[in-house]
Write a protein of this length. Structure first.
Length: 218
């Protein structure tokens, strides 16, 4: 284990516990099509996995803030019905969650995805029972930054000691959010972020795969 003080493990969802490629890229393509933008290769949309959607529409397609808000609304037309279930749990992810729970640690979901969708996804895959708290963003667009999500998680956990928490995620947003809240971070390389991205963000630990992640945590 990282240290004997760890009592809470916070997990990102997309790219950390599940591979949401099909659902997210299909939803983004659906939204972009309403703007007359056709995407030839959905792999081009993998950059949307992880960061807040508003930011990605602005960054990669030059949308204004107002356009990005409308694009996210369009995205959710597809995602809320079909896209959220076009998803796959990573092999051994459930086993990892089970072992962490059995070890006596608390498990928390900390995702920028709307909380209502995150709960439905976990329910769909039978994973909800492993989590002591499920924290996400709001459909209104509030609490989308990972730092704000983690802050809300700390509040719901009644502000435990910072040294008792660790954040696990695959993108620099997870690492930066952890740093903003003064907690340890583990970057995983089987998701959608690179080693360079996670290292540059200041990840305290790097795990190549779920087995390595398990060794670090347990």
């Amino acid at each position: 284990m990282i240290n004997k003080d760890i009592k809470y493990v916070l997990f990102d969802l997309d790219g950390t516990l599940t591979d949401p490629f099909e659902g997210i890229t299909n939803s983004v393509a659906y939204s972009l099509k309403s703007y007359g933008i056709e995407v030839a290769d959905k792999k081009e949309l993998a950059c949307f996995i992880g960061p807040p959607l508003y930011e990605s529409f602005e960054k990669y397609y030059g949308f204004s803030k107002e356009e990005a808000i409308k694009a996210v609304e369009k995205y959710r037309e597809y995602f809320s019905v079909t896209g959220l279930f076009e998803n796959e749990v990573y092999p051994c992810a459930e086993e990892l969650l089970r072992e962490i729970k059995n070890s006596g640690l608390k498990v928390v979901l900390a995702t920028s995805k709307p909380e209502v969708f995150a709960k439905r996804i976990l329910d769909h895959f039978g994973l909800s029972g492993y989590f002591d708290e499920i924290v996400g963003s709001l459909l209104s667009g509030e609490r989308v930054k990972k730092g704000d999500v983690i802050k809300e998680a700390l509040y719901r956990l009644r502000a435990p000691e910072k040294k008792s928490l660790v954040m696990v995620g695959d993108r620099h947003h997870d690492v930066i959010g952890a740093k903003e809240n003064g907690i340890i971070s583990i970057g995983v390389l089987y998701g959608y972020g690179s080693k360079e991205e996670l290292t540059d963000a200041g990840a305290d630990y790097i795990a190549e795969n779920i087995e390595e992640l398990k060794e670090i945590l347990l």
